[in-house]
Ligand binder design. Structure first.
Ligand code: AMP
Ligand code: MG
Length: 413
């Protein structure tokens, strides 16, 4: 496809149309399991979680200091009070006797009757009594029971991808185990007579299978269980065999290479033999047609062989498809406007996703730079970049203008 083609042929889909077509076919994975909260990182919550208790459970001190009754304090100037008790964290004190102060530590429950805590830096201990520098306000340095979470409140929604914060939050209300969706089983193989595995010598005409490593990383980062079927030569029978084996074991089959319409590309024919296949021509660059269909009833996605095209199409289409199937609610990557520290003088016919890096210049401001080689085989651009610049069809960019930046943190994992 050349850049001189019209912006959008009638048969071409936009990126958004292709994504919607995929997402309506994204069936939720069947089956739940229960995991220990400590081992729940990256899993997707299958049921909402509510708190059975108040957090914090009791009014408690946010400071090391002295718990007092504000009514016992001199309005102007310091007040000397006898110290009637000592309350470290983990103990419950007695009701505060009138006209006394309780030595108290951070996290310790406020004794009944006390209504403020004065931090120790504003007090001078003097034997059995303490001189308190000033009268506090009622409630000062007290964390109220239920201030963070009230009994019965929902703390996590179903469809949440469990991160470190959610793990801590569940633990803070005593939840030791969480119901999560089963991991999606994704079978992959890679086509091409030319590809060999790292660790093997490279004969003339051969290249290393980089897609397998990249795809493994992308799938691991979104918590899939991977069934790796390895390299498959450019041969119809072998492709059909690999495909059948993959489809029989997995919730999804993802392959790389062999989906062009050349005579060495057998994936299309193989999928049609055991299922059905659509080749979607998407108005974007990089990315050849995205192959989507099913093999023996199992959804199938065929990525282009060119590593950068495979990477970008995975991030934009396969990732949201997998996340949706895993029950994740929020799947759209966040993007933002960033200053272009580059020129893009020649408008392209298709929407382009350029490998870029958001970085701080010598003047301290942040802007997006482009990798100088944007070829669809140049994997260096992906390793160097920290995001994609999304340029609409027909647009040009002047240095200093604004461009849409999608960080890799929103596309990977
Ligand atoms: P294909 O989509 O099979 O026509 O491949 C397109 C280009 O990507 C060719 O230059 C292939 O050599 C290359 N390619 C295909 N599969 C891989 C792979 N697994 N790793 C690296 N490059 C690949
Ligand atoms: Mg090939």
């Amino acid at each position: 496809m050349s850049d001189n083609e019209p912006v959008r042929k009638p048969s071409m889909m936009t990126v958004d149309e292709a994504l919607s077509c995929l997402l309506v076919r994204a069936e939720l994975v069947s089956g739940l399991e229960t995991v220990e909260t400590i081992a729940a990182l990256g899993r997707v919550l299958a049921e909402p979680q509510c708190s059975q208790l108040n957090v914090p459970p009791l009014d408690n001190s946010s400071m090391d200091g002295y718990a007092v009754r504000v009514a016992d304090m001199n309005a102007a100037g310091p007040t000397r009070l006898p110290i009637s008790q000592r309350i470290p964290a983990g103990r419950v004190g007695e009701a505060l006797s009138h006209g006394t102060a309780a030595r108290i530590f951070t996290g310790a429950p406020i004794p009944p009757g006390a209504d403020a805590v004065v931090m120790q830096e504003e007090c001078a201990a003097d034997g059995d009594s303490v001189v308190i520098g000033r009268a506090p306000k009622v409630g000062e340095n007290i964390r109220r029971a239920g201030e963070d979470i009230r009994t019965g409140a929902q703390i996590l929604a179903a469809g949440t991808r469990i991160g470190p914060g959610a793990m801590g939050l569940a633990a803070s209300v005593g939840i030791a185990r969480l119901p999560v969706y089963r991991k999606l089983r994704v079978a992959t193989f890679h086509t091409g007579d030319e590809i060999v595995m790292p660790g093997q010598p490279l004969a003339p005409g051969q290249i290393y299978n980089s897609n397998r490593y990249m795809l493994t990383g992308l799938l691991q980062a979104i918590g899939c269980e991977i069934i790796e079927l390895g390299n498959v030569p450019d041969n119809l029978d072998e492709t059909v065999r690999a495909l059948s084996q993959a489809a029989a074991q997995a919730d999804l089959v993802v392959t790389s290479g062999g989906v062009s319409v050349g005579e060495e590309d057998h994936v299309k024919a193989a999928v049609e033999q055991v299922g059905r296949l659509d080749l979607w021509r998407i108005a974007m660059k990089p990315g050849k047609p995205l192959a989507f269909g099913s093999a023996q009833g199992t959804p199938f996605i065929g990525l282009p062989g060119n590593p950068v095209s495979a990477f970008v199409t995975f991030c934009l289409f396969v990732r949201p498809f997998i996340l949706r199937r895993q029950g994740v609610l929020e799947i759209a990557p966040m993007s933002f406007d960033a200053r272009a520290d580059f020129a893009w003088p020649k408008a392209g016919a298709r929407r382009e996703f350029l490998r870029a890096r958001l970085q701080q210049g010598e003047d301290g401001t942040v802007g997006a730079s482009l990798f100088p080689h944007q070829g669809s085989g140049v994997l260096t651009s992906v390793a160097w970049g920290n995001g994609l610049v999304d340029i609409p069809a027909g647009a040009t960019v002047q240095p200093g203008g604004m461009v849409r930046f999608i960080p890799f943190s929103e596309l990977i994992g």
